[in-house]
Every structure is written in C-alpha cells, then in structure tokens.
Design a protein around this ligand. Structure first.
Ligand SMILES: [Zn+2]
Length: 243
C-alpha cells in the first residue's frame, strides 16, 4: 500500500504520542529479532506519513499486548480494541494458507509471524505516494495499511473485523520482505514479479474466510480450533492444515 520512495523522505510526526509509540516499536523489534543477524538500525526517517490528529492520542499497552502462542509478537492498541486471540487465530489461518499456496521451506515466514509488531489504528493515514495493485503510482493517497519494516506493520481496524482490514495484505508484504528482501510495493506491477496474481488471490481467499468466521468467533475461547481447521479445509482452495 505504499511506495519505497517515502522511506527516504523525512518523517512527519503529528503527535508526541505517536513518537512514543514508535520508540516502543523500535525497542520491541530490536529485542525480538534474535534468530537472524541484528538488522542495521533503521533511521527514524524511514517513512513519511501525516497522521490524523486523533490517531493514537491515547496509546494503551494492555494485557493484550502479547499475541498468544507467538514467541515475541505484540500488538499496540490505540483507541480501538482488537482481540489478541482473534489476531492470533488470523495469523494461524494466514500461515497455514500461505504454506499451502507458497510454502515456507526456510521458515522465514513463520519466524516473521513470531516476531511481529502489529499497530492498529482507527483512521486512515496519508502517505506521499503508494502503488495500486497494478503498480500504478498514486500520490497523496489515504491508506488502510502500511508495511513499515520487515516485522512491523500498521493496519487500520476493519469496520467488520480483521477480514475486512488490510491485515492479510500487509502480511503478504512482510512475508515477501523477509523471503526476498523486498516488500514489492508495486504489487502485481513493476519488474520484480515477486508479488504475483496468486498473491492477490491468496489475499482475497484468506480475507474472505476471516470475514466468514468473523471476529466474534475468532475472539471466542470456546470456538474450537478443530472447528476452525475444518472450516479452513472446506473453504480454502488447497485446504491443507498441518497442525
Ligand atoms: Zn500493498
């Protein structure tokens, strides 16, 4: 949802609250990445985003900060609430389906999912430029998700749950970023061909299933994982669930 060009441009913080949040993110990422080599520290001016004034004025680090069943995966909540269990199960659906479509022989996608920082917001953000799904550059675009670093995403909460947000889309950027060292911001366009039509189809299928189940069930501890797996097997194209 964003162009690499704005990594190099100056970041615009609209609130000190966001700056504080970002610093927390950087610390979290640094402490999480223990498998790979320590990444070069990203300069603070990594992307240029104008934040809506109301965005993240009251960041909360609640007990939902850690995503269950993932080693070091955390989420930061601002004014909106997103169930950590629903996020955990969404990551499960994403990974099982990703492996069925694209594989993960190196384990890099699994590692990313276990060391992920998820920021949720309630309003769109404006970026200087981004590419649409066909690779066409658009300027001053309002976005619902950003792949900020290989294990750091921001996503606007979906009005009707995780399946209606850009959560899966941004996870694909991060997966490509970890596997190929490029998030492929041009999507199906550009010349690198990392992001293919299959990735777009994968996103649509995964989002449809998450929407079908809905956050209410994904967040319900009584919703059985066996039920989830059987729904996946009957709804997904490859329907492979390994665990
Ligand atoms: Zn994108």
């Amino acid at each position: 949802m964003f162009g690499w060009r704005y990594y190099a441009t100056t970041i615009i913080f609209s609130s000190l609250a966001y700056l504080a949040t970002t610093l927390v993110c950087l610390v979290a990422i640094k402490s999480c990445n223990n498998k790979k080599e320590t990444p070069k520290p990203e300069p603070l001016a990594v992307y240029s985003v104008e934040l809506d004034l109301e965005w993240c004025e009251t960041p909360r680090h609640s007990k939902q900060f850690l995503i269950p069943k993932y080693e070091n995966t955390v989420q930061i909540l601002d004014v909106c609430e997103v169930s950590a269990l629903a996020v955990s199960r969404s990551l499960y659906v994403f990974y099982q389906n990703w492996v069925a479509w694209f594989g993960d022989d190196t384990g890099e996608v699994r590692h990313m999912l276990n060391n992920l920082l998820i920021e949720w917001g309630d309003t769109k953000r404006t970026v200087h430029s981004a590419y649409n799904i066909h690779g066409r550059l658009i300027e001053n675009v309002r976005v619902t998700g950003l792949a900020i670093a290989p294990n750091h995403m921001w996503v606007m909460r979906g009005e009707k749950g995780i399946g209606t947000s850009s959560f899966v889309h941004e996870l694909v950027h991060l997966a490509l970023w970890n596997v190929y060292d490029s998030a492929d911001p041009t999507h199906e366009g550009g010349e690198d061909n990392l992001w293919t039509k299959e990735h777009t189809e994968f996103i649509n299928e995964t989002k449809d299933l998450l929407f079908l189940i809905g956050d209410r069930y994904l967040a319900d501890p009584n919703y059985n994982m066996d039920t989830l797996r059987s729904v996946m097997e009957s709804s997904l194209r490859y329907g492979e669930v390994k665990e």
